[in-house]
Design a protein around this ligand. Structure first.
Ligand code: MG
Length: 310
């Protein structure tokens, strides 16, 4: 069901003169022709709707990607740091009553936990194949069985591509990433061919997906950010709403998993297609939203529920 290209039909057409932000979420007739404008909507034009949705919920599960979302992307992934504003806001939100926070990243779980450094929140690494929460780290069993294959494929690729300038190999345990952000564009087809041919030897056991100037090699198992976000959401109390922030194609699975019941925020350019409902332009926009959540947003939670609902 998942579309690896991240493409999807736009759900709204014919931008009208009356921008009723609720129309997209509450009044749709399911035909995709119902009302409104093209999505994603600019988040900061629709904070009132988000506040209303939080007011009707009894709690919030806030899930967020790391690279390109909490942290600006850097040439060397080893240099990437969460912005001070995002760290402070996330820390404050994590302490709020009725809120749970989870970071969901393509990085290894220890790596993303170190880079965010906030205790008491959940960390999902390797696109959800690893999950650290409540002091325990679990690895999705089919992925644990492929660790040796990952190690072997990475060794082969390092032998084959070691001479290509700017090609960086990252061993993430249950997955591996080949970064080519710093490689010359004429070398990219060589890298892609090497990845394809090497993976062929592993038949159905491993698969490759591409992200922002990376090839991600992992176990061929139907598990992604969307599935781990669904698992986290299932564990929240009745009546909670889930939110997800992310900037890359792998985040689309999480946007789709939340569907219209959740609050999905794409971080990036308005020209990019996404299944998310809302958009902010960059990690500074994420900070602005998180800062809004620290007071107005989290204060709104459950404010419009009858006592029996809480
Ligand atoms: Mg990202």
């Amino acid at each position: 069901m998942l579309d690896p290209t991240g493409e999807r039909p736009m759900t709204d057409t014919d931008a009208g003169s009356d921008p009723d932000p609720d129309a997209d979420f509450d009044g749709g007739n399911g035909t995709g022709e119902s009302a409104g404008r093209e999505r994603p909507l600019s988040l900061f034009d629709h904070l009132d709707t988000v506040r209303d949705r939080l007011a009707h919920a009894s709690g919030l599960l806030l899930c967020t990607d790391f690279d390109g979302t909490l942290a600006p992307i850097t040439d060397d992934p080893g240099d990437t740091e969460i912005t001070a504003a995002n760290e402070e806001a996330l820390r404050t939100i994590a302490d709020r009553e009725g809120v749970a926070v989870a970071a969901v990243s393509g990085r290894a779980v220890e790596d993303v936990a170190d880079r965010i450094g906030i205790e008491g929140i959940a960390y999902a690494g390797n696109h959800g194949l690893e999950l650290a929460r409540d002091g325990d780290t679990t690895v999705h069993p089919p992925a644990a069985a492929r660790v040796e294959d990952i190690e072997a494929v990475l060794g082969e690729l390092e032998d084959r591509l070691g001479e290509v300038d700017g090609c960086v190999f990252e061993d993430k345990g249950v997955t591996a990433t080949i970064h080519y952000r710093q490689a010359a564009s004429e070398d990219v087809p060589t890298i892609e061919t090497a990845v394809d041919e090497t993976l062929d030897e592993y038949g159905e056991r491993l698969e490759c997906s591409s992200g922002k100037e990376v090839f991600e090699i992992g176990p061929a198992t139907p598990w992604d950010k969307g599935q781990v976000v669904s698992l986290l959401a299932e564990d929240t109390p009745e009546g909670w709403i889930s939110a997800y922030l992310g900037d890359d194609t792998t985040d689309e699975t999480a946007f789709r998993a939340l569907g219209e019941d959740g609050i999905s925020v794409f971080v990036g350019d308005e020209t990019e297609e996404t299944a998310a409902q809302y958009r902010v332009p960059d990690p500074e926009g994420v900070a602005r939203f998180l800062e809004w959540l620290t007071d107005e947003g989290t204060e709104a939670i459950a404010s419009d529920r009858s006592p029996g609902d809480r």
